[in-house]
Write a protein that binds this ligand. Structure first.
Ligand code: FAD
Length: 438
């Protein structure tokens, strides 16, 4: 295996047709049940087999607004592909790659445009939740404006997931389609800082959708955590994505060639940060509190990180970050898994790993910019917005979905919830209209 292993590339036409031909077109398609958005999987596979790519994409768009993205980054091995009847023989249809193929080969198909006659809605945040809500609301006839704090829309799709897993031209292509639908983007506008939620309601937006994600990195409050060289995985990933798109000079990159980098965390974000640092030429070690098979990261992400040259130090936890002004190392301790399944310290004996940079990748929570600058919101202990079953926050007329509600999860979950809650917003506004007409 090459040192810099790339994520699997897409299917050629020949491969896609051969794979589509294996689909049994089940009468009761279990794959759809395994998909969080009940995507029209057999339908798009049949269309692909018949060479009707546009028809295939139209079928997908009834359920999913980001197929080129989902085809690439969904954990299909736990969702649609795990449910495929052929998975029982270890030969599940490669549904994700077929979805990617259709989305990449029917780029001319857009979303049907609907006249905006229903009034205006503000969406805050342009990650998968906000984008999906915007598409759904625009298709229901609302004039949608997305307020986004960054200079470019896309949320984690653009600023988090690395280029080698999700090319940014793919994300930009999908966002262009959303713009073509008439959705307006107000960029560089951080709600709670540049403008407030109450301003939006005062400006005449009938309802507001919050899809601001969970972008605040968690820390462990370790000694030495505030030393120069301690950074978050999100910072590393955002910086490299900005550098790749020409918006940041090379000297701003947070990791240098030859540096020793220790990544704390064993999930997907940790793997992305570790691989990214490794690709910048660093010697990377991931600290995982459990064994290789118990890591939170997808198997494919863990394996490709190892293939990229990332070392994984299993059964180890950090105790303190060492150094005077800059990080020089990290003090660790061995761990084991208790009979109750908890990762606990095995022995007090500690060891030190050299480190020029320590990257935290132990989870994120939402920023509190909106909830602290406007009244009426309730959040839980994790800082997540509390909503009723219709997605309405504790503030009348303000709805929310995505990571800001359910915590860090997946693109497909945020997208699916964004779409579902947009429909709830429509129902709410229709009810309100009926009541005021009485
Ligand atoms: P986000 O994508 O976080 O978008 C929120 C948006 O809101 C951002 O653009 C932000 O700038 C904006 N915003 C925040 N606050 C404000 C404000 N006050 N005013 C205006 N704008 C604001 N999932 C997968 O399915 N597969 C993967 O491979 C995968 N890899 C991942 C890798 C990384 C590094 C990370 C961090 C996550 C990954 N995920 C993956 C998870 C997935 O990306 C998220 O669950 C998903 O993006 C959440 O969508 P969202 O719309 O809720 O929030």
């Amino acid at each position: 295996m090459s040192k810099m292993m790339k994520f699997e590339s897409g299917f050629s036409q020949e491969e896609a047709l051969a794979e589509a031909s294996r689909c049994l077109q089940c009468k009761k398609p279990l794959c759809r049940q395994g998909c969080p958005v009940n995507n029209a999987i057999p339908q798009f596979i049949r269309a692909l087999k018949e060479g009707e790519y546009a028809q295939g994409l139209e079928a997908i768009y009834r359920h999913s607004y980001l197929p080129a993205v989902c085809g690439r980054v969904c954990p299909q091995e736990k969702q649609c592909e795990a449910s495929c009847i052929l998975a029982r023989k270890g030969k599940a249809i490669r549904i994700g790659k077929l979805e990617q193929f259709i989305a990449d080969n029917a780029t001319e198909v857009g979303f049907p445009k609907v006249a905006a006659t229903m009034g205006a809605i503000a969406v805050i945040g342009s990650g998968p939740a906000g984008l999906a809500a915007a598409v759904q609301l625009a298709q229901l006839g609302y004039a949608v404006t997305i307020f986004e704090g960054e200079a470019e829309p896309g949320g984690v799709l653009l600023h988090g997931i690395p280029e080698y897993r999700l090319p940014k031209d793919v994300v930009r292509r999908d966002i262009k389609k959303i713009e073509n639908l008439g959705v307006e983007f107000r960029l560089n506008t951080l709600v709670g800082v540049d403008l407030f939620l109450d301003d939006l309601l005062a400006q005449g937006y009938q309802a507001v959708f919050i899809g601001t994600g969970a972008g605040l990195p968690k820390t462990l409050e370790l000694p030495g955590e505030y030393l120069e060289g301690v950074i978050s995985a999100l910072y590393v990933l955002q910086t490299i994505n900005l550098y790749n798109s020409g918006q940041l000079p090379e000297q701003e990159l947070p990791v240098e060639k030859g540096e020793h980098v220790v990544v704390i965390g064993a999930g997907n974000v940790a793997m992305d940060a570790a691989r990214t640092a490794s690709r910048l030429g660093a010697e990377v070690t991931v600290l995982a509190r459990r064994g290789l098979n118990d890591m939170a990261a997808r198997d494919i992400e863990r394996d490709e990180a190892i293939a990229d040259g990332v070392k994984i130090r299993t059964y180890a936890a950090p105790l303190a970050i060492l150094g005077e002004e800059n990080v020089t190392g990290i003090k660790c301790v061995n761990t084991m898994v208790s009979p109750e399944g908890k990762a606990i310290i095995k022995e007090e004996e500690s060891f030190v790993l050299p480190a020029d940079k320590v990257i935290f990748a132990i989870g994120q929570r939402p920023y509190a910019r909106i909830v602290t600058t406007s009244q009426g919101f309730e959040i839980n202990k994790q800082g997540l917005l509390i909503c009723n079953e219709h997605g309405m926050t504790t503030r009348e007329g303000v709805f929310a979905a995505g990571d800001v509600v359910h915590g860090p999860a997946t693109v497909v979950k945020a997208m699916g919830e964004g779409r579902r809650i947009a429909i709830e917003m429509h129902a709410y506004l229709l009810r309100k209209r009926l009541q005021s007409a009485k």
